[in-house]
Design a protein around this ligand. Structure first.
Ligand code: C5P
Length: 258
């Protein structure tokens, strides 16, 4: 599939048209940004790592019945996917309090939430991605109905129900993540964008070490090594489970239910 003209350039990806109106190509960039573009850098190889990680996760989600825009990985930095009308809502899923949730509401950093929280942010850099409630989404005409918002919430929870235990088996606590959705040519809502350490928080279940973009946000260094480790754990078979634990046991311990 040939890359044609540039359709759009975002902070982490460039989007190109192809010969097929229904398909586009994303090029994963090495650029890193944080704090709504105020902090900028670049890390050679980061784009390829995110492309590979996203490819594996989209394949996993598709195999479990989650519709996604993914078609195939073309090479290290390029992914072929369906063209979607992007829904301008960032769907944030949180299992553990940290980041803006702890900052905004004073919830202790690292506190396991009593249930999975799903939030909506407006995908609008000029406004700094503010929080949205259902009524805001309807007034801004970001979706057609509350049913569509319910569908976004249900799909986000389904993704979490698949990915949280999957990563836990690999020694990674999926703390929170951001998803984006779009409508395909038939108007169906499907998962879009990417799923990578750029938009997920992963904490090592044994050491608590941060294995995601917080290493860049917090100036910790070691970002590429952490992303490589995430990819390695995804590609390894599930033969190295963390000792003594299962996902359920971890949840029991965290919530004090046993
Ligand atoms: O910063 P905050 O705590 O709200 O982020 C929650 C989750 O959403 C984090 O995993 C972060 O990486 C992701 N996120 C993102 N893009 C944004 C905002 C948040 O990927 N614009």
């Amino acid at each position: 599939m040939q890359k044609r003209e540039l359709l759009y350039e975002g902070k982490a990806k460039r989007l190109f048209l192809t010969d097929d109106d229904n398909l586009v190509i994303s090029e994963f960039k090495d650029d890193l940004t944080a704090f709504n573009g105020e902090k900028k850098s670049s890390e050679a190889g980061k784009g390829a790592l995110n492309n590979k990680i996203s490819t594996e996760l989209f394949k996993l989600l598709e195999s479990k019945g989650v519709p996604t825009h993914f078609v195939e990985m073309l090479d290290d930095n390029h992914m072929l996917h369906k063209y979607v009308d992007v829904i301008l809502i960032e769907v944030i899923v949180r299992n553990v309090a940290t980041g803006s949730l702890s900052r905004n509401l004073g919830i202790e950093d690292g506190k396991v939430l009593p249930f999975t929280l799903v939030e909506f942010d407006y995908k609008n850099d000029a406004l700094g991605d503010p929080k949205l409630n259902d009524q805001h989404c309807l007034i801004l005409e970001l979706v057609d109905s509350v049913d569509e918002l319910d569908q976004l919430r249900a799909m986000a929870r389904q993704v979490n129900d698949i990915l949280r235990p999957y990563f836990f088996e690999k020694g990674l606590n999926l703390v929170d993540f951001k998803l984006e959705f779009g409508k395909d040519g038939d108007g169906n809502i499907i998962l879009a964008d990417e799923i990578s350490p750029d938009n997920c928080r992963f904490w090592d279940t044994k050491t608590g070490e941060k294995m995601d973009k917080d290493r860049f946000r917090q100036g910790m260094g070691g970002l590429k090594v952490a992303y490589e480790e995430v990819l390695k754990r995804i590609l390894n078979d599930n033969d190295k489970k963390p000792e003594e634990s299962t996902y359920e046991a971890m949840m029991d311990r965290a919530l004090g239910t046993k």
